[in-house]
Design a protein around this ligand. Structure first.
Ligand SMILES: Cc1cc2nc3c(=O)[nH]c(=O)nc-3n(C[C@H](O)[C@H](O)[C@H](O)COP(=O)(O)OP(=O)(O)OC[C@H]3O[C@@H](n4cnc5c(N)ncnc54)[C@H](O)[C@@H]3O)c2cc1C
Length: 292
């Protein structure tokens, strides 16, 4: 199909072009999702706003407080290879390496992965446990919602007309925190998650268990979601069999999976509980100095 390609050099120019043609103009970086949408007739943009010339979108910067700012247009493979991610934001590094394949990751971005708002997006659960914020630029200026408030449903976000994601902000993780990401899929590569779980744990003297956890799951609800009830149970006591059962039940109660061609809802619900416990065990082993 025919469309006009615009190649702005700045965020402001991109926003202006997108805002002038609401509904008809679409932002694109790698195109890995948009090309599929156009091919399948789900989208017919008249103007494609190519974001790849905007320097601001490919910057990775320390925020000065131990946090990190990730440009929305940095290819996923570049992010996955950055030592800062492996050292401080391990769950995200693991999740990025789980996306598709190496060639796909060189041509796709965090901004695109989040803006598509697939419930199975691999970057979302680790970004939720890291309590990331999303910087959005639009006709009214910039705003910075928490990622937890960004997703509104499958393929729906808070992005309004003319708005683009400029960067993803990772606050400093709690001292001593370790994280992991577990993805369960039908194949090892080039497959979306049937269920995924991210866990972040750190020593906390105020928690009765001595360790505080954040947990999030993907592909088991209309949006990726945090699992606060399971987090509270983990903080409340020793991880014995009773606690494990309670955590599993809390996860199973929180998720709202669907039946689809890839898996049944009941299977996804049970796997969410299993993966959550596996992720917790894995983090505990790394916190104790063992091998994850
Ligand atoms: C074969 C294949 C396998 C895949 N496997 C996985 C997988 O295992 N895990 C996974 O999570 N994903 C997977 N994906 C999905 C895809 O690769 C990711 O969602 C990718 O990160 C999208 O990035 P992109 O730059 O290509 O986005 P694009 O296709 O350029 O854009 C995607 C959407 O986001 C919008 N957009 C892009 N950038 C911005 C921005 N900065 N601000 C606002 N809106 C923006 C576009 O308008 C479009 O709606 C797969 C895709 C394919 C084709």
């Amino acid at each position: 199909m025919d469309f006009l390609i615009e190649q702005p050099d700045t965020v402001e120019e991109a926003v202006r072009i997108l805002a002038e043609r609401p509904g008809a103009a679409r932002a694109v970086w790698g195109g890995s999702d948009l090309v599929v949408e156009v091919r399948d007739g789900l989208s017919r943009p008249e103007v494609v706003v190519d974001l790849t010339r905007i320097r601001e979108l490919v910057e990775v910067r320390e925020t000065g407080d131990g946090g990190l700012s990730l440009g929305a247009g940095v290819p996923l493979e570049h992010l996955a290879r950055r030592p800062e991610l492996a050292e401080r934001f391990g769950a995200l590094a693991e999740a990025l390496r789980a996306v598709g394949s190496v060639p796909l990751r060189f041509g796709s971005t965090l901004g695109g992965n989040l803006a598509t708002a697939s419930p199975a997006a691999d970057s979302a659960p680790p970004l939720l446990v890291l309590e990331a914020e999303v910087e959005i630029a639009g006709p009214g200026g910039r705003r910075r919602p928490a990622l937890a408030d960004f997703f509104q449903g499958p393929r729906r976000t808070v992005l309004g007309p003319g708005e683009i994601i400029t960067r993803i902000l990772l606050p400093p993780p709690p001292p001593g925190a370790r994280g992991t990401y577990l993805k369960f899929a039908r194949r090892r590569a080039l497959d979306l998650a049937l269920v995924s779980v991210a866990a972040l744990g750190w020593p906390d003297a105020e928690a009765a268990s001595g360790v505080r956890f954040r947990l999030a799951a993907g592909a088991v609800a209309p949006t990726p979601l945090r699992l606060p009830a399971a987090e509270e149970i983990l903080a409340a006591g020793r991880l014995d069999e009773e606690t494990r059962t309670a955590v599993r039940r809390a996860v199973e109660a929180a998720v709202r999976p669907i039946d689809d061609v890839r898996a049944a809802a009941t299977y996804r619900r049970e796997m969410a509980g299993t993966l959550a416990l596996r992720a917790v065990d894995r983090v505990l082993r790394t916190l104790e100095g063992g091998v994850a």
